[in-house]
Design a protein around this ligand. Sequence first.
Ligand SMILES: NC(=O)c1ccc[n+]([C@@H]2O[C@H](COP(=O)([O-])OP(=O)(O)OC[C@H]3O[C@@H](n4cnc5c(N)ncnc54)[C@H](O)[C@@H]3O)[C@@H](O)[C@H]2O)c1
Length: 439
Amino acid sequence: MALKKGVDVKPATGKLGILLPGMGAVATTFIAGVIAVRRGLAKPIGSLTQMGTIRLGKRTDATSPMLKDYVSIAPIDNVAFGGWDIFHDDAYAAAVRAGVLDTRLLDQMKDELEAIKPMPAVFEQTWVKKLNGPNVKKGTSKMDLAEQVMEDIKKFKATNNCDRLVAVWCGSTEVYRKPTETHSTLAKFEEGLRNSSDDIAPSQIYAYACLKLGVPYANGAPNLAVDFPAAIELARKNQVPISGKDFKTGQTLMKTILAPGFKARLLGLQGWYSTNILGNRDGEVLDDPESFKSKEVTKLGVLDHILQPHLYPDLYGHIDHVVRINYYPPRGDNKEGWDNIDIVGWLGYPMQIKVNFLCRDSILAAPIVLDLALFMDFASRAGMAGVQEWLSFYWKSPMTQEGLYPEHDLFIQLMKLKNTLRYTKGDELITHLGAEYYD
Ligand SMILES: NC(=O)c1ccc[n+]([C@@H]2O[C@H](COP(=O)([O-])OP(=O)(O)OC[C@H]3O[C@@H](n4cnc5c(N)ncnc54)[C@H](O)[C@@H]3O)[C@@H](O)[C@H]2O)c1
């Protein structure tokens, strides 16, 4: 839906409930992190909504308010957390198990974290081969399961006295499947739910339940949780924002920082070999070739879109792009990513760049979950329905309007995000045109 310039955004009154299907490493690092920030125990580093500023007007105006003071962003003091998982672990136990945050920090918030218990999940092992857990719903059909999720959502909202809700899928990566006829229209998808079609994944059942109830849904994994025509139709019909897919965190973040730089300087590229070792549950799930296929697809698309080989065949026409993820338990959540980049300079002379990123997967993902939850709530209050392209900044494989290619360049994505916010306020967009050219 087209956005009007200078929209009236409904105020963020009351409490915002953040629902997380999948309460593993990312979700619990996010929840515990927000509580820690709320209590003044740590800083929300990496979060644009909490620490970012936005320039307004000319450079000489020196006006750069905090982004959260500029647009109506829900305050983190007034959010509640809920979620679903196939395991019974509460948020404290799951965070300890994930091993991302120090238990000395978690212990200071133990009571609050223990009170966040996962609701029984919608789960089918055919979609995540390496997992099986006891906290799973039973239903007569997939529609019945969707209705149970809707009941969970309504109950959560009432019990926690929430004014509004948003959902961010933080569940495991499901196996790779292309959309089928069942996903093509809302009517066919609903028929598929009633017939328990094998084509419908658990992540899509949560998405359907959320969209039916007007709850914005963002998809942190590479599978098609909300990225299919029937979901887009429902989002438009019910005027709900959707966004995805696959949080842009470690290696792909680096790729979308470096590749725009090579292209800006017209340095050629012969090949980009990326490999990772990862030892958390996500790494174990991705050890299954079918789940890895979902990841591979979102990771590989990035370079082509940034480098535009059709415009620069001499520079980017033949790139060997390889991505590997190896499950290596001793490394836990502290992933190590290596990149070997073969670039080409003046007269075709080759050069090499090596990147060794010793990152922390969930530490990079948690602020993204926070920003997405708050921006999706903002979008909903601003009347922005359907695919939220302005949030491409956060995604490895951004969903787009039909027929458009995704924008992967991190710096264009950030400009798009901030300009969208300026636009909602009716302010001038920043073009970076020199001051001497203004009237
Ligand atoms: N950490 C990152 O940097 C990053 C980046 C991009 C994408 N992701 C994606 O985010 C997701 C979460 O990552 P993580 O490290 O927290 O993984 P994790 O394995 O620690 O957590 C995933 C949780 O989802 C649960 N789950 C699986 N299927 C479910 C279902 N149908 N319903 C409810 N719960 C379900 C699992 O039991 C598990 O607790 C993964 O899909 C991962 O690929 C993570």
